[in-house]
Design a protein around this ligand. Structure first.
Ligand code: PLP
Length: 372
């Protein structure tokens, strides 16, 4: 039977997931890539109103999503009219976009260190994932570098993936940077994964798709509004032919985004006080958590400017990120994610999520500091 399967689909779920499964109920889990709280009460109330409202149809919607909801979204983020598709989380948006663009053998450039799913998605579509290096600085920070990306571009490159603020590095990029990249490679699609951008502590969120026609913005309400399980994402492609291709791919992958989730989004966007105050509230909560952790840990590593991940160099005495992560789990009951899961450049780092309680973060920071 084995040979009948798609050989480019990995045989197992990701190493990250398997390592995360080692968490016990009593451990301090700094491995999770999700918000520190479940769906907020204000959204539960809104969602129950949506479900009870018999005027809202709950059957299939247009493939791109309910027009009135998309219009509200486009107005909210000042996106061209008719340029968005509502998706089953950011994950499906990424997959549909890649599926629409890639032919077997095409190349996709992915950041190292970077989110593990990009390479696998390209591989599943029989394309070739190649990595480009984020620039590594003395103080342990990483940043996007135009030169590093440019030197990996070949005639076969169809897509360059950017993820800023990044998972796991929290690296950010400016609109100028993305525009320059898009202009330098007008025949390549820049897939901009912006799922942490609403949680920036320094910059307002502007989807990069507005900067050039070959940029596709991908986002979701999973992190910014703690709606991971609702699977509510979106993408924006201003180029009409690209948009149409992605829409067809999306139709065959998902038909449409979950309709109750789409109605919830509509209700959120009609209540800007809820939509915006939640975002702000979470941003402040992560800032507080970041500072609590860094104050307890006392490190010279620069603080992340967004999101809820810190990518920390492992102590000099440790030989590998996996070894150090296992040691932390065994000796201190703290779960962090080995940086090597995110690429070659992550070999001497661990990813720490500060999406956790203030008490746990204080304790974890102190315990971690004893190794440095
Ligand atoms: C960088 C990045 N992109 C995309 C996703 C997927 O987001 P969603 O849950 O909305 O599908 C994640 C989730 O962890 C992520 O970290």
């Amino acid at each position: 039977m084995k040979n009948n399967f798609n050989l480019d689909i990995p045989h197992e779920i990701s190493a990250l997931r398997r390592f995360s499964a080692l968490a016990t109920p009593k451990c301090i889990n700094l491995g999770l890539g999700k918000p520190f709280e479940d769906m907020p009460n204000s959204l539960r109330t809104l969602a129950s109103q949506v479900i009870k409202n018999k005027n809202l149809a709950m059957d299939y919607s247009d493939n791109a999503g309910i027009v009135s909801v998309r219009t509200l979204l486009e107005q909210r983020y000042e996106l061209p009219s008719g340029s968005t598709i509502l998706t089953h989380g950011a994950q499906e948006a990424l997959f549909a976009a890649l599926m629409a663009i890639l032919n077997p053998g095409d190349e996709v450039l992915c950041p190292d260190p970077g989110f593990v799913a990009y390479e696998t998605m390209a591989q599943v579509l029989h394309a070739k994932a190649k990595t480009y290096l984020l620039q590594r600085h003395q103080n342990g920070a990483f940043s996007y570098c135009l030169e590093q990306i440019s030197k990996k571009v070949t005639k076969k490159t169809k897509v360059i993936i950017l993820n800023a603020p990044g998972n796991p590095t929290a690296s950010v990029v400016s609109k100028k940077f993305v525009k320059q990249l898009a202009n330098q490679f007008p025949h390549i699609t820049i897939l901009s994964d912006e799922v942490y951008a609403e949680l920036s502590f320094t910059q307002p969120y502007i989807p990069f798709a507005v900067a050039a026609k070959n940029i596709v913005s991908i986002n979701a309400f999973s992190k910014s509004h703690a709606l991971t399980g609702w699977r509510l994402g979106w993408l924006c492609a201003a180029d009409r032919s690209l948009y149409n291709r992605i829409l067809v791919a999306h139709q065959y992958v998902a038909t449409c985004a979950s309709v109750p989730a789409q109605h919830l989004l509509g209700a959120m966007l009609r209540h800007p006080t809820i939509f915006d105050s939640l975002k702000l509230q979470y941003r402040q909560a992560y800032l507080l958590r970041r500072d609590t952790f860094f104050n307890a840990f006392k490190t010279s590593v620069p603080k992340p400017e967004a999101g809820f991940f810190a990518f920390l160099p492992i102590p000099k005495t440790q030989s590998s990120s996996l070894g150090f992560a296992k040691k932390l789990l065994k000796e201190k009951n703290i779960l962090v994610i080995p940086g090597e899961f995110f690429g070659k450049q992550g070999q001497r780092f661990v990813r720490v999520s500060y999406a956790n309680s203030i008490e746990q973060l204080k304790l974890a920071g102190k315990k971690l500091a004893t190794y440095y």
